[in-house]
Ligand binder design. Structure first.
Ligand SMILES: Nc1nc2c(ncn2[C@@H]2O[C@H](COP(=O)(O)OP(=O)(O)OP(=O)(O)O)[C@@H](O)[C@H]2O)c(=O)[nH]1
Length: 378
């Protein structure tokens, strides 16, 4: 019986543990999917930002080439200083046009980063022709970098970040293309919001589906853990759960509660003679017969291989005796047919009246003892 109690306890704990896990599973998955969504959204933003930078690089490179076409025959003085006198206005017009069309400014600096030539607006940081850009550290570093290393560099102005690239026009003159990058938050674009919305909806759907399925699974696994698959009667654990409510009701106790146990005689012999499937059929048939005899509100379970236990309510002792005798004599008289052959089958039965505060476990021990001492059908 101690073993039995341990079994019940561990079945309880296992179902409780797996229940906890399955309850938390939707939350875990929701969090995982949502975090994945955030990561994908961040990747979308970074990739959008990279596109913006690539676009700006391409625009700067195009504008530099465009202007180069217009000033390919740039004149120099003997010190290789560029002379702009002849086509000055034409170049300014081209620069203005490029600025308005491609949103990219062009200016020419010398080897000391002095602004030599610009469009009709003021230069970067409000600078003017002849002004040394080295006085503006942020810009100087970027210009030096593109002149020395080529490629592109960035600098920050109050209006935002600028990307510049250079093209040497002569040993003393370098053409700078300067485009303002869109503000960083413009990278939170269409793809970011779409990813975020789809991901969030996906996470909610996943949570809902898993929650629904795990509720169903919990219900099924609880049912499986308390029902005997052969007879569809409650098993030991099911009996304990179902009887708990009845046993805890003082009114029921005072009206009288009985435990009745029935055991199939010589099932071992039947199994040997007719096979295990036939034995299963006999178990099912006996279970159905006892169930048929018991009122609906009484609890019947398959206690062990060939034993059935019932919690029977409110019957006087002489009535319960008659009741037990009726069940056993009905089953004993019943025809059990296996493979067209009539099988003699009998059960033995015993009952025990629960006293007012008697524990189920100790009552069962007494009852099983009583059954073992019952040699024949009642
Ligand atoms: N076919 C079948 N046999 C089972 C099942 N569960 C237990 N048994 C068998 O039932 C038999 C029970 O053995 P015992 O406790 O000796 O019972 P018995 O042979 O009916 O003998 P008595 O009860 O003393 O008359 C064993 O041979 C088990 O293998 C089952 O689900 N199906």
């Amino acid at each position: 019986m101690a073993n039995h109690n341990n079994e019940i306890h561990s079945a309880h704990t296992q179902t409780k543990d797996s229940g906890d896990v399955s309850r938390k599973l939707p939350d875990y998955l929701f969090t995982i999917v949502f975090l994945l969504t955030l990561v994908l959204s961040c990747i979308a933003v970074l990739s959008e930002r990279q596109h913006q930078i690539n676009d700006a690089k391409r625009d700067v490179s195009i504008t530099i080439r465009l202007l180069q076409d217009h000033i390919s025959d740039l004149q120099h003085d003997e010190a290789w200083r560029p002379i702009f006198s002849k086509d000055k206005q034409h170049i300014i017009n081209v620069m203005d046009h490029i600025r308005t069309e491609l949103n990219c400014r062009l200016y020419i600096v010398d080897e000391n980063s002095t602004l030599l030539f610009k469009d009709s607006l003021l230069g970067p940081f409000g600078s003017d022709n002849g002004q040394q850009l080295t006085l503006i550290p942020a810009l100087r570093n970027a210009i030096e970098s593109v002149i020395i290393n080529g490629g592109t560099a960035t600098y920050k102005e109050s209006s935002g970040t600028h990307l510049i690239s250079s093209l040497p026009l002569s040993p003393r003159a370098t053409l700078i293309g300067d485009a303002q990058l869109p503000a960083w938050y413009t990278a939170f674009s269409y793809s970011f919001f779409i990813t975020l919305i789809i991901g969030t909806i996906g996470a909610i759907v996943v949570r809902y589906v898993i929650q629904k399925n795990s509720r169903l699974w919990r219900r099924q696994s609880l049912a499986q853990s308390i029902i005997d698959p052969l007879t569809s009667l409650p098993n030991r654990r099911g009996f304990e759960l179902l009887s708990k409510q009845v046993l805890s009701c003082p009114e029921q106790r005072s009206k009288g509660l009985y435990l009745v146990v029935a055991n199939i005689n010589n099932l071992h012999g039947m199994n040997t003679q007719y096979g295990l499937d036939a034995g299963d059929t006999l178990i099912r048939q006996v279970a159905a017969s006892i169930r048929h005899y018991l009122p609906k509100e009484d609890i019947l379970c398959r206690w062990s291989g060939d034993e059935f236990l019932a919690l029977v309510r409110s019957r006087e002792l002489n009535t319960i005796d008659t009741f037990c005798r009726n069940i056993s004599s009905t089953i004993n008289k019943q025809d059990f047919i296996l493979s067209g052959e009539r099988v003699p089958l009998s059960i033995k039965i015993a009952d025990h009246k629960l006293s007012a505060d008697e524990q189920l476990s100790s009552a069962i021990v007494k009852l099983i003892d009583k059954l073992r001492n019952t040699k024949h059908a009642v």
